[in-house]
Write a protein that binds this ligand. Sequence first.
Ligand code: SF4
Ligand code: SF4
Length: 188
Amino acid sequence: MEQNFEGQNRLVQITPSSSVPAVENDISYLDIPSLTERQIFAKKAYIGFRKIIGFFYTKHSYGATRRWVFAKVLPDRILYRWKPYQRGGCNRCGLCCKIVFRCPFFHEDQNSTACMIYTSPRHAPPPCVVFPIDPIDLAEVQREVSPAPCPFYFEGQPEHPTTWGAVKAEIRDQLGKRVDKLKEAFGI
Ligand code: SF4
Ligand code: SF4
């Protein structure tokens, strides 16, 4: 059965991190169309198709895929390790929603920009919500929207700046805990 997300998808400013102060949250004045679940899946399929064919002609598909994979597979401890160091904020220019092709969830009028699914519990796009994951992720988008600025930046860095370094540290940590439990169990 098709479900209508009227109200639920009357989103939302494009502010990729809750740690960034909102410029303006009330966009109820925007005339954002309501989407059925089928329409949302169709638009997501279109995005996936455009990303895949993008591998043949744009570097952005590689950066977008990195962000998507990380957002899907990394545990929060690794995924969000750069957030305490994130500064700046989103100015709602909407340019990152129009790299290579215009995202079908992007809404724009004379007054504002918005994403139709950003706060949908079921359909919020993980790669967009977690942006920027780390300096590599941010640099990729900043390169694409240049010369316009994307005002995020990082100040300082986490203990394990690289993703691979953070993954190795997490594995070591988890293995260490298992070994400690075994030692405890066998009274070693
Ligand atoms: S390019 Fe940066 S400033 Fe512009 S909408 Fe995207 S995240 Fe916000
Ligand atoms: S889903 Fe599309 S419109 Fe929404 S934040 Fe991501 S790129 Fe922008």
